[in-house]
Design a protein. Structure first.
Length: 114
């Protein structure tokens, strides 16, 4: 015959054995979305194609999608913004982390004119 103490232990073991397994948390990052029209064009207009810089000083006109796309495809945007960290120059307004993420997303997705 089971004593109250043995009954309690048996009940606890059974309850623990029946505990549901927790699903592992999904750590997959959400797919990035960035569009040229909504994200990149305004970013370039405000941070790159400013007086004295691209589009105003004989430098590559980054207001033009075709020129921007060429620089995306040949790796210059990635190189100068993310690898060398030369753009924007230290004297200009810097990109926020969110802007950098949008730009990287747009580059990774083929720098589409969307």
């Amino acid at each position: 015959m089971l004593t109250m103490k043995k009954y309690t232990i048996l009940l606890a073991v059974l309850l623990l054995a029946c505990k549901k397994e927790e699903k592992p948390k999904d750590t997959t990052p959400a797919p990035c979305t960035a569009s040229y029209a909504n994200d990149i064009k305004p970013l370039v207009a405000n941070k790159c194609a400013t007086p004295g810089c691209h589009g105003h000083n004989g430098l590559a006109n980054l207001n033009d999608y075709t020129t921007l796309k060429e620089r995306a495809d040949n790796g210059n945007i990635n190189k100068f913004v993310f690898e060398l960290k030369m753009m924007p120059p230290t004297t200009a307004t810097q990109l926020t982390d969110a802007e950098k993420e949008k730009l990287q997303c747009w580059l990774k997705n083929g720098a589409q004119n969307n």
